[in-house]
Design a protein around this ligand. Structure first.
Ligand code: ADP
Length: 253
């Protein structure tokens, strides 16, 4: 069975500062279907937004943000578990940081746990450990975390579900003539050095972190597919019908 990591961003998971329950439901339904064909791991943002629905603190302060993540992470997992109950899928939580991929021994321990979970058809739900990680040790965005998860946990592919339906030749929110790129084989160095401009209160990524994730995998011979997390039809065709209708495939040559 092929192994796939799906990463879903905060824009997809949240709406007006709260969790976007309908979108989470649709995502769970897609994952449940895909689990018949693939071993799946989910990298999910959304802990801070989930926390905010319970405790509306000012999330611009780091200590508040970490407190919100601490409140929100278990709540987010409980929302996922409730969703997956109807498919009789058990979920699990792995909180990882950059240091977990630093040492071979730590990575092996995490990998053994993942292998055991997958063998038993449990869905690992992964997030960065926002509460305790110190600044030097953070990825800071789940795009790059998910690329490490895909590479170190031996996935065949990473799928990033975003608020945009693919990678364009220029920012489609600024340029109305931007064109979607269906296949990308390499990413120019200067594109990776652009400033990260996250596009909302909860987002910490932007397109640059997605390109960095794609580049990390391309350099290691693995593909990444980027598609809309609002409308799941492109990712569904790609995963379940082997049809590349919409979305961008970053593919090693
Ligand atoms: P997420 O919350 O899913 O991680 P972000 O909102 O952080 O996603 O990043 C995606 C956004 O990046 C898009 O909504 C778009 O506004 C912006 N963007 C900038 N340049 C591009 C580009 N060339 N192609 C696609 N999106 C781009």
């Amino acid at each position: 069975m092929k192994r796939v990591v799906i990463k879903v961003g905060s824009h997809v998971l949240t709406q007006d500062g709260s969790l976007a329950y309908d979108r989470i439901k649709n995502l769970c339904s897609l994952i449940a279907k895909a689990m018949d064909r693939y071993e799946l791991l989910l990298v999910s943002s959304g802990a801070v937004a989930a926390g905010w629905t319970k405790l509306p603190l000012d999330r611009r302060l780091l200590a508040n943000k970490q407190a919100l993540a601490a409140v929100g992470q278990p709540y987010l997992i409980s929302v996922y578990q409730a969703c997956f109950d109807r498919y009789e899928i058990v979920v699990s939580q792995l909180l990882l940081g950059a240091d977990d991929f630093d040492s071979r021994r730590r990575t092996e321990h995490a990998r053994d746990a993942v292998e055991t979970l997958l063998k038993h058809k449990v869905l690992p739900i992964i997030n960065e450990n926002d509460v305790t990680t110190t600044e030097e040790l953070i990825f800071g965005d789940n795009d790059q975390l998910s690329a490490h998860v895909a590479y170190y946990f031996d996935a065949d592919m990473l799928i990033i579900l975003s608020d945009i339906d693919g990678y364009y030749d220029k920012d489609p929110r600024v340029h109305s003539d931007a064109k979607i790129l269906k296949r990308v084989h390499n990413i120019e160095k200067e594109k990776l050095e652009l400033e990260c401009l996250p596009n909302g209160e909860f987002a910490t990524g932007g397109i640059v972190t997605k390109l960095k994730a794609a580049n990390f995998l391309l350099e290691r011979g693995k593909p990444m597919f980027m598609a809309s997390g609002f409308d799941l039809s492109d990712v569904e065709s790609f995963l379940l019908e082997d049809k590349h209708k919409g979305g961008t495939l970053f593919e090693p040559r």
